[in-house]
Design a binder for this molecule. Structure first.
Ligand SMILES: Cc1ncc(C[n+]2csc(CCOP(=O)(O)OP(=O)(O)O)c2C)c(N)n1
Ligand SMILES: [Mg+2]
Length: 280
């Protein structure tokens, strides 16, 4: 992949991380850990891969993105604002009454949000319904769903996984943000969903595993979808929770973060340094 494109995407992802910290500053708290593990994936989708038009968010032929793990929504808000779906000043309303950026995304409040999520375990079913609808309409659009590894504990996911394979929904692509943690501990301790890839393979999906914080790997793997014609595609994305903030990376207590001012300042200076390092 062209190194200039990689660098520009890394710069964009770093700016999106900075947007997340800006929302936490405005709202004083938020689901930081999971937002920062998946933000590289959402950046590559919106800035490099998906067929979308920020000035026409309801374009019928657009690709769809559904954030099944709705609590990671600061990542989506950060990327949508950076991509021009809405004015960046709206990010400063995070955490305030009547904000258009609630703690879980609301499609009636913000352009670019395709579904209301937050109750875990529904995004894959919604995405499959959209994928089948697009096929009926003879559109070539793809549906991208992102969920958490802890979210896989929800049984509804497996019903959707089975139905997607049965209906040969090869316009459906699932990312599982495998950061190894959920709200209260390691996913392997609380509800083991490993080996994620083998389980989906057994359900009839085509599976690839990548480093989900590596921008070129994310971009490269997307070029190959559908991995197998006639099968839905799964990308097992191995990520780090709170990626980018050294003292928080991989720490379970940063799932929902209400930082002290000094802690937030330290995080901001770390991300600002990354922005300078990767500036194209
Ligand atoms: C149906 C449902 N049950 C419980 C929750 C509470 N909850 C919010 S985030 C979370 C952990 C999810 O873990 P994971 O999918 O791994 O996301 P990560 O913490 O890594 O961002 C839980 C249990 C919820 N939002 N919905
Ligand atoms: Mg997780």
């Amino acid at each position: 992949m062209d190194s200039n494109i990689v660098r520009t995407l890394e710069y964009t992802a770093a700016n999106c991380r900075r947007n997340v910290l800006g929302m936490i500053e405005a709202g004083h708290a938020g689901h930081m850990g999971g937002a920062l593990s998946c933000i590289d994936i959402i950046t590559v989708l919106y800035f490099h891969f998906m067929k979308i038009d920020p000035s026409n968010p309801k374009l019928p032929g657009r690709d769809r993105f559904i954030l099944s793990a709705g609590h990671k929504c600061m990542a989506q808000y950060a990327v949508l604002a950076e991509r021009g779906f809405f004015d960046k000043s709206i990010l400063n309303t995070y955490g305030s009454l009547n904000t258009r950026l609630p703690g879980h995304p609301d499609m009636h409040k913000l352009p670019g949000i395709e579904a209301n999520t937050g109750a875990l375990g529904h995004g894959l079913s919604i995405g499959l319904g959209m994928a089948l609808g697009l096929r009926l309409d003879k559109l070539t659009s793809r549906v991208f769903v992102l969920m958490g590894d802890g979210e896989l504990a929800e049984g509804s996911n497996w019903e959707a996984a089975q139905a997607a394979a049965h209906h040969k929904a090869d316009n459906l692509v699932l990312f599982v943000d495998c950061n190894g943690l959920q709200i209260s501990g390691k996913t392997t301790d609380i509800m083991n969903t490993e080996p994620v890839g083998d389980r989906f393979s057994a359900f009839g999906w085509s599976v690839t595993e990548i480093d989900g914080n590596c921008i070129p790997r994310i971009a490269e793997v997307l070029e190959k979808i559908p991995f197998t014609p006639g099968k839905p595609s799964l990308i097992v994305a191995r990520t780090v929770k709170a990626k980018g903030i050294s003292f928080a990376e991989g720490g379970v207590k940063y799932h929902y973060w209400k930082p002290a001012r000094e802690e937030l300042d330290r995080a901001i200076s770390e991300i600002d340094r990354i922005i300078e390092e990767v500036k194209p």
